[in-house]
Design a protein around this ligand. Structure first.
Ligand code: OAD
Length: 250
């Protein structure tokens, strides 16, 4: 990560009013939560179609729930890292701000972020397979009976309230993100800790850039390369922490 690049991004962030951030699993890596692809990633060890698809769930709901329960335990014991903390501070700082996250761990919310489009749902919520009713953890125990039955309809199972492969994204976060991009002037768009496999991530980033935003990628193993104006090749906590320090001092 070059000092000159950090200064350039900090310069723009210091005067900006509109900031759009997209995050992926890499932002929670420093909190001890594994990413999906790459070294130590879930998809190196497990098959996504078995654990994160409607077909996989139909085939073996117990296996899927056991995997989610293991991840829930990890998420509950994790704490937000400096990257989550900085993004929560920026939520307060910028009049026009949106954080679109692919993460399901709820760590952004725990750090204090408010304006969030939760694209892939949340691992700490469940949903009735029949009625669609949602339950927060605490309202139902997903560990006593695995797979858990739905309190809304005991003939149905509960499933994690997340988006699986082969499923559509929920409309609310998409509309929120697209509404934000079309009505607010985004001056800086940061893509943090994602391999950007999902096409809408690339589409939104490029749309922000086309409308004049500085496109900044934060990733120790960058994906956007030349599509980005600036690449900060570093862990999210370090890069965002240094940017925040520079903005505060400006
Ligand atoms: P990936 O696991 O695909 O990518 C994680 C990215 O984070 C990689 O590009 C890493 O280089 C980067 N990274 C690792 N450590 C980092 C750190 N400390 N700071 C910053 N970046 C770091 O995760 P996502 O892009 O979030 O979907 O994956 C998108 C979706 O694919 C997930 O939501 C999940 C997954 O399969 C479903 O389960 C439906």
């Amino acid at each position: 990560m070059k000092d000159g690049d950090l200064q350039r991004v900090a310069g723009r962030l210091t005067v900006a009013r509109g900031v759009f951030v997209i995050t992926g699993a890499g932002v929670s890596a420093e909190s001890g939560i594994p990413v999906f692809r790459g070294p130590g990633g879930y998809w190196r060890k497990y098959r996504a179609e078995e654990l994160a698809s409607p077909e996989g769930f139909r085939r073996d709901p117990k296996l899927v729930w056991e995997w989610y329960n293991e991840r829930k335990r990890l998420v509950r014991s994790a704490i937000p890292n400096p990257a989550h903390d900085v993004l929560a501070r920026w939520d307060e700082r910028y009049p026009d701000f949106l954080l679109a996250t692919q993460n399901v761990d709820g760590l952004h919310q725990r750090a204090g972020s408010k304006r969030i489009a939760e694209l892939h749902g949340c691992i700490l919520r469940s949903r009735c397979m029949k009625t669609g009713q949602r339950f927060e953890d605490g309202e139902v125990d997903t560990e006593i009976e695995v797979p858990p039955r739905s309190p809304a309809d005991p003939s149905a199972l509960l499933r994690p309230d997340v988006v699986w492969y082969g499923e559509y994204l929920p409309m609310e976060p998409i509309e929120r993100t697209e509404g934000f991009l079309s009505t607010r002037g985004v001056e800086v768009c940061l893509i943090v800790g994602t391999s950007a496999q999902l096409p809408y991530i690339v589409m939104w980033a490029l749309e922000a850039r086309r409308s004049g935003a500085m496109l900044v990628e934060v990733n120790p193993d960058p994906r956007f390369g030349e599509m980005a104006d600036v690449v900060l090749e570093a862990p999210a906590g370090e890069a965002l922490g240094r940017l925040d320090g520079l903005i505060e001092r400006a």
